[in-house]
Design a binder for this molecule. Sequence first.
Ligand SMILES: [Fe+2]
Length: 391
Amino acid sequence: MRYDSDLSFVFNNPTRVIYGAGSVSEAAMEADRLGMGRVLVVSDRVLKERTDLVDRVCGVLGGRVAAVFLDVPSDSGVEAVEAGYAAGREAGADGVVSVGGGSVLDTAKGVCLLLREGGRLRDYEGFQNLTRKVAPHVAIPTTAGTGSEVTYVAVIKDHEAGRKLLFGDYHLTPDSAILDPGMTVGLPAHLTAATGMDALSHAIEAMHSLQREPIADALATHAIRLLREAIPLCVREPENLAARGQQLVAACMAGAAFSNAQVGLVHAMAHTVGARFGVHHGLANSICLPPVVRFNASSCGRVYRDVAHAFGVALVDDPEALGRELARALRDFAASMGLPASLRAVGVPRDALPDLAEATLYDGALVYNGRPVGDASEILPVWEEAWSGVP
Ligand SMILES: [Fe+2]
């Protein structure tokens, strides 16, 4: 049997997913369906200045646009959410359309929360603290990785405290996700690869989670198959709409999987090194994924057979050997797209590793890791391996 007799779970996926080249034109109908009269568009300055994506969405929404908020940094924080909320409140906004990557979408979730509840964002940190749905939200991703358009979490940096705050609540999940491959064709190769590795990490983490279950597993295994084909193709052929669409829908499926099954040690490490050293989230996941797979192998042998099968890795009986092979294949996959293989290569100092290992214990994602972790000394070797990039 693939699952134990005491399996129990709740699968929740309330987001309406609209997929297709040109589907951004559905944004107005979705806004109307959700009763938005005055829309706050949330995006960032880079997208506004270097692409026509924000203008395209505003053009579709027409007179519904009450204000456009663009002050979302790449590593968004509490201040950005509260400034977005102030802009929305001043404009009388009753809903949000977000256009961007994970940082923009997560910021928009925070803005929707404050538009409904008011107050300060930090007051809502944690899990299942809300009693009602936040303001309506149509999410339009321009990267194919975070899956934030269908997840119940927002990760927002607290720059004062130097850590990432987690907000997790079903009421935060966007109402609609518009997946238009055309919105991602302009993404540079290194970001296409890094965000794709984030999606791949979501799929694998959902499967090696203590909370894994069959519906999330089904979404995750198919996402792994699709991502394995699509990410390298998108890197080689950025204008390939079919490949862009495949990466986009796979990232969405992986998002729905982990929004239910949760993530684990890879994300706990990525959140930690992202908060301390600003390492890009997808890149941090890409670097941490192989050592975590090796670390988890003794506890996750059954799961890694499914992952290896989906990722095209030959099966071997010994779980540790399978973990090594899978880790090697993941490392080679990332390297083939030009991504750095170690934390050393992205400027993390070696003497920070003990502190990073200690801080990892305080990240909520660790709770669900398939191999339970009780002490920083257990995961220091995983950090060492991520730092050197050599198993
Ligand atoms: Fe992630």
